[in-house]
Design a protein around this ligand. Sequence first.
Ligand code: BGC
Length: 710
Amino acid sequence: MDKSKLEALLKDMSLTEKIEQLVQLHGNFFGGGEKLTGPEAEFDLPEDFPYRTGSVLGERGAEKLHKLQDEIMAKQPHHIPAVFMTDVIHGYETAFPVPIAIGSSFDPKLAEELASAAALEASAAGIHVTFSPMVDVARDSRWGRCMESTGEDPWLNGQFAAAMVKGFQGDDYGKKGKVASCAKHFAAYGAVQSGRDYNVTEISERTLFEDYLPPYKAAVDAGVSMVMTAFNTIDRVPCTINKRLMRDILRKKWGFEGVLITDYGAINESIIHGASEDKKDAARKAIEAGCDVDMVTDCYARYLEELVNEGTVPESLVDEAVMRLLELKNRLGLFENPYKDGSDESEKKYCFCKEHRELSRKAAEECTVLLKNNGVLPLSGKEKIAIIGALADDKEITGTWALFACKEKTVTLKEAFEQLYPKADITYVISDSDTESAVSAAKAADVVILALGENENYTGESRSRADISLFKEQKELFSKVYEANKNIVTVLFGGRPLAVPDEAEKSAAMLEAWLPGSCGCYAVADILFGKVNPSGRLSMSMPYCSGQLPISYSAYSTGRPKPDGAKGFIPFLSNYMDVPNVPLYPFGHGLSYSDIEYSAVRLDKAEMTADDKITASVTVKNNGSMPAWEAVQLYIRDIKASVVRPMKQLKGLQKISLAPNEEKTVSFEISGEMLSFYDINMEFKPEKGKFTLWIGGSSLTENSADFELI
Ligand code: BGC
């Protein structure tokens, strides 16, 4: 449909009809599902109201949505199709590793491939929009939702955001197999104070612009079609009614023209925050701030019409919001084909298909991070092995936002070993509490694989924890097993970087498996047995304890820094008495079975102007006997500026493959843009002076070179 037809349609719609378009309700409002509870039971809406709304949340299935679409189109006065939106976060029926794991692949191309596969499955099931990617920068692993983020770094999250948008939408999300994508949660949801979900944020203007906003901007630049607001406040204003954030920054400054949707129930929450008087006031503030679609409140449904009729809200605000939604529907092709790709046949063909299950395994090969290895790994396959811990045979490692995953088919670690290595000599004790059996199995074994951490019920929305160490039972299990056998390989499951300093010190090897999705445990087994060379890198620092949080490699010097490499507490310097300043394992850390050698950094020149470029190169060699993948990372520091700059910032990344003995030259171009920052006047530009850059395999690399911006 061309724009003039959309405009004519809008013109022909009544105010009531337009407002109905802006309301999103979930499936239970259509009857037949679960009974409505809480505030939703109180929504005082006409009985057939749900059938006239513009979008529906959380429903899926080609046949079901086909029928629902027919009903909606029959009841909507202009027969406007609804758009079906839901959360397809890390896969649809095939679950891929959770986003924090995908971030740890350090491979945005992989993220694109996974998003594309998820789009194929979801679109076949009749879904039009996914509420993904979640791009919130997460530096506090107390926050359960760090699981949904690709990590702590603004630049890296931006790379992943762009890649996922591309994977979901392709170059045209109206095409077959594609869905429209919604970046969330705007903004700075990852900065909730004390890591407690839904809490306030306290961030300076500079930190907001420099550390938190860039990934959303990257999603917008990549053409994301929707943005979702966040539950938190920024500078004491709830994001959902934050005009400056949405009208000034998102729309005006960044030029975002897509649909802005609130998070679930968020307009109403502005009343509970104490920022809106009542539902009517909340509706006014939200529409004025730029929210187009109201997700599951009755604020727009009940009060927007009154607000327009009494002249408080100009109808033009409603019109522009409806137009954006109509444009989304139009780009999805819904006016021509309201079911888009939903078909029983495609659903059967693509959902949980062999190709996607293989992709789930391949993804986990890249996402699993080898944190420590004293040489015990890889296993030869000849050892007598004891696999201990409840998580070794728990299907709840599929991942929190795998809403539609075939969970019953998720492969556990035990199943992976049994299927892939049936001849291995393995005794299983699938329990955290049966220490007696664990100890006797450990005593009889050459090596113990201890599966510890959290299953999916301990991470995700609202799952904040103040103490992020292992559960008491698991700590006891570890100690008892350690007394019986010191050759422990700890496999950590979970959606957050846990604090495990003692277990890390005592383990011979430690592997971060995250929540690896449908077939990820095959990858974990293959890594343990050396069939696959690990290549994951932490995209979020692993702290020693909660007291270090929030933490990031991209920290600032104080006026009293602790000298590099200094150990123990030093009075009157900036350090803790009980733990180091640095995390247990930093951002970018991850080991390989190969010895990867970096040459010194070479610069083609030592000076540049802001319009010029310097090429920085290294030669990277695989001295090992296995093929390897290496995440070559570029970090830069601005030594002195008008405001204090971070000690290191990731500015470039290339994930390369290296055959045994192969060497490759990896080059990065340093541009003026890369050196830019918000200066003392909040102007984004570079300042002349000295810089240091590093190229290496982790944020701890010391492989550096200096240059000057003249
Ligand atoms: C979450 C969003 C999600 C929405 C819809 C909310 O509770 O915060 O991330 O997209 O629900 O399911």
